[in-house]
Design a protein around this ligand. Structure first.
Ligand code: ADP
Ligand code: MG
Length: 251
């Protein structure tokens, strides 16, 4: 059993509840009657085939999609207030020839100032502090377009952690990251959830790392097909049916 700072029960802690959530786009039902409860300090993974509605669910939680049903947050000591959500979107691409550095990217996101105005001393110190949260201070002067998949995800994660959110949402953070980078990134997410006792909600197609890192997994195919601890979901008939697999191997 993985540990959470508050021992698993929500009580006064931050948690996210989704009840009877349905989303339609252009009259098409994309999600139906989704129920989920994400405790703080836990990593909750959404899995499912392409087009299953995983990103749509994240967008509904982010307030970027209309929905019916309930999405409710509770945050400690902030009754009725919206929680801070950090978001890392799916596969943003940067031009490899683009001269924009990691520091420039932070300046644009933090101060909404154009990067050509330069980075002041105190702002640089603040950026280094943010990058330090993902052990990435050495990336500050690198060009964003020249970063590896794993390095880029760490930079985007550092951006999503400023200010430190109550809930961190990542859409397929492991796609485009090599195996070594995946372990580094997942270890980092694990450290972050412990340090800040925040909830992490992420989508992924990398099932092998779920038993080690995820507390709960929801298998989505326009509705919740199966939900529970990773081993239980990955070993279920529903998992094999959704992914057309027999005996753990793709047909
Ligand atoms: P997943 O992330 O699981 O791959 P998505 O949530 O991106 O799936 O998409 C679920 C379904 O909703 C897909 O059929 C997709 O085509 C449709 N969809 C998503 N966004 C839009 C949109 N903006 N307009 C029309 N259809 C959309
Ligand atoms: Mg998606």
């Amino acid at each position: 059993m993985r540990t959470t700072t508050h021992g698993g029960a929500c009580g006064d802690s931050c948690c996210l509840r989704v009840q009877k959530l349905s989303v339609q786009i252009g009259g098409e039902p994309i999600l139906q009657d989704v129920d989920m409860h994400i405790h703080c300090g836990q990593l909750f993974a959404l899995i499912g085939p392409n087009g299953a509605g995983k990103s749509t669910l994240l967008k509904a939680i982010l307030g970027q999609r209309e929905y019916s049903g309930v999405i409710a947050f509770s945050t400690p000591g902030q009754r009725g207030r919206k929680p801070k959500i950090g978001y890392v979107p799916q596969s943003p691409t940067f031009d490899p020839g683009d001269p924009v550095s990691v520091a420039d990217l932070f300046v644009c996101c933090m101060s909404r100032r154009p990067a050509f105005l330069g980075v002041g001393k105190s702002r640089r110190a603040q950026i280094l502090e943010c990058l330090d949260r993902v052990h990435g201070a050495d990336l500050i002067d690198r060009r964003v377009g020249a970063l590896s998949g794993g390095e880029l995800q760490r930079v985007l994660l550092a951006l999503a952690l400023e200010p430190v959110p109550n809930i961190l949402i990542l859409d397929e953070p492991l796609s485009g990251v090599d195996v070594e980078g995946m372990t580094t990134l997942m270890d980092m997410l694990d450290e972050i959830r412990r340090t800040y006792d925040l909830s992490i909600l992420m989508t992924t197609h990398d099932f092998a790392m779920l038993p080690r890192y995820a507390d709960q997994v929801a298998l989505i195919d326009h509705r919740v097909v199966r939900m529970g601890p990773p081993e239980e979901v990955l070993d279920s008939e529903e998992f094999r049916t959704v992914f057309h697999m027999k005996g753990g191997k793709a047909l």
